[in-house]
Design a protein around this ligand. Structure first.
Ligand SMILES: NC(=O)c1ccc[n+]([C@@H]2O[C@H](COP(=O)([O-])OP(=O)(O)OC[C@H]3O[C@@H](n4cnc5c(N)ncnc54)[C@H](O)[C@@H]3O)[C@@H](O)[C@H]2O)c1
Length: 389
């Protein structure tokens, strides 16, 4: 089997995914890099030994020796770049979120359907051990039929990752209830077996609005990733535009009747996701979300508080970035490019997570008023549900 020759567009912080795709002789190899930042391009060229380097992604699209592309540029660029790649006939791995508006998502899905070019969206949490374990427990019926899902996301390094660059600017992301939450909204949909149809939300910019900012056009400071400041109010050198929320709380009704809640805070001391799913015959909860951590199930009762659950499951060991998810998702992408067919990630689900996060952000900025989530065109949904034939 020849290696799939991959071109990477946008090689910034997410370069860990490109490393997972660079497996010369084992199925895929990164042969081309594109970034508008010549410094990033030069640095990464040495890492990948890529022969094709360009600052203009359209140059990659004209080449016959690039079989597929991975798009890892900032969220507001996804729509334009993905549509151009699809029109050029290059199978696309597009990082989440699919786009920053519902219309943007639908335009990408239509371009994939109309051109017949394969589209894959990088919801790597579907390949995380803890998520697959929770889904497996639910699918085996261990907690009965899932009825309500509650997720808390504690983002310890939020001030560093999300308030020092484009993430903090709503024109580039819509907001963090879309940009960051798209992962968990997708997982909520996957665990619950439905899509959000109605939302409301509250949120605010509580901590990072008043801290010292950098001048426009100045780069992220040296060491900004390794040396997280504590407490959060000690953070400096924030982005010059900050108009997204650092706390958000969202309620959802799903189209199958499930009710869900999602909460996100960017100034917590610890970084972890905590899920609770309650079904008709039990409850599960994860304690830690990485390899070796635990998902507990209580499915006898009623009782008072019990630390000792009925069944404790261990999240399987895995290596590589994002708890081993990046290696798994690249393997699925390469298989999909070669053979097509249905995958664990789904462009329709990616669209529905953006739509839920987008409408929740509208609610949050409108005093918490409830909003309906626009449905996806059923013809488009059918095309993707059939595995993009
Ligand atoms: N799935 C995950 O776990 C995960 C994790 C991190 C980031 N992401 C996603 O990956 C994407 C990139 O995030 P990041 O943190 O690496 O951002 P980043 O800002 O660190 O890197 C983005 C890179 O894209 C380049 N770029 C911008 N516009 C471009 C263009 N038109 N053509 C070519 N290059 C361009 C920038 O110069 C930069 O080097 C985002 O969409 C983000 O949501 C996903």
């Amino acid at each position: 089997m020849e290696d799939l020759r991959i071109g990477v567009i946008g090689i910034g912080l997410r370069s860990s995914l490109a490393l997972a795709a660079h497996r010369p002789g084992r199925g895929s190899v990164v042969t081309a890099l594109c970034d508008i930042d010549p410094v990033a391009l030069k640095q990464q060229a040495a890492v990948f030994d890529a022969r094709i380097l360009t600052e203009d992604y359209r140059e990659l699209l004209r080449r016959d020796d690039v079989d597929a592309v991975i798009v890892m540029t900032p969220d507001d660029t996804h729509e334009r770049i993905a549509i151009d790649c699809l029109r050029a006939g290059k199978p696309v791995y597009l990082e989440k979120p699919l786009a920053i508006t519902v219309e943007g998502c639908d335009a990408i899905l239509r371009a994939a359907r109309d051109t017949g070019t394969r589209l894959y969206v990088g919801h790597n949490m579907r390949h995380m051990g803890v998520v697959r374990l929770m889904r497996d427990i639910i699918q085996k019926g261990v907690i009965g039929e899932p009825k309500t899902v509650w997720v808390r996301h504690f983002v310890s390094y939020g001030g560093d990752y999300y308030f020092k660059d484009w993430h903090a600017d709503r024109t580039r992301t819509t907001g963090l209830l879309l940009q960051k939450a798209a992962h968990d909204l997708d997982v909520i949909h996957w665990l619950a077996g439905g899509y959000t149809s109605r939302v409301n939300a509250f949120g605010d910019l509580m901590v990072y609005g008043d801290l010292p900012r950098r001048a426009p056009e100045t780069p992220r400071p040296e060491g900004w990733l390794k040396e997280f400041d504590w407490p959060p109010t000690a953070r400096r050198d924030l982005h010059h535009v900050i108009d997204v929320e650092d706390v958000s709380v969202m309620n959802m009704r799903l189209d199958n009747g499930v009710i869900a809640a999602y909460q996100q805070c960017h100034f917590s001391p610890d970084y972890v996701r905590n899920y609770t799913v309650i079904g008709t015959e039990g409850r599960l909860e994860n304690f830690g979300d990485g390899p070796g951590d635990t998902v507990k199930v209580w499915n006898t009762g009623p009782t008072g508080y019990r630390d000792d659950c009925d069944i404790a499951y261990r999240v399987p060991q895995a290596t590589g970035s994002h708890g081993g998810a990046d290696v798994q998702i690249i393997a699925e992408f390469c298989r999909f490019v070669r053979e097509g067919g249905v995958t664990d990630t789904s462009p329709v689900a990616a669209r529905m997570s953006v739509a839920a996060g987008y409408m929740a952000t509208m609610s949050l900025r409108d005093g918490g008023a409830p909003y309906d989530v626009p449905a996806l065109d059923p013809d488009l949904a059918a095309y993707f549900d059939a595995g993009q034939p």
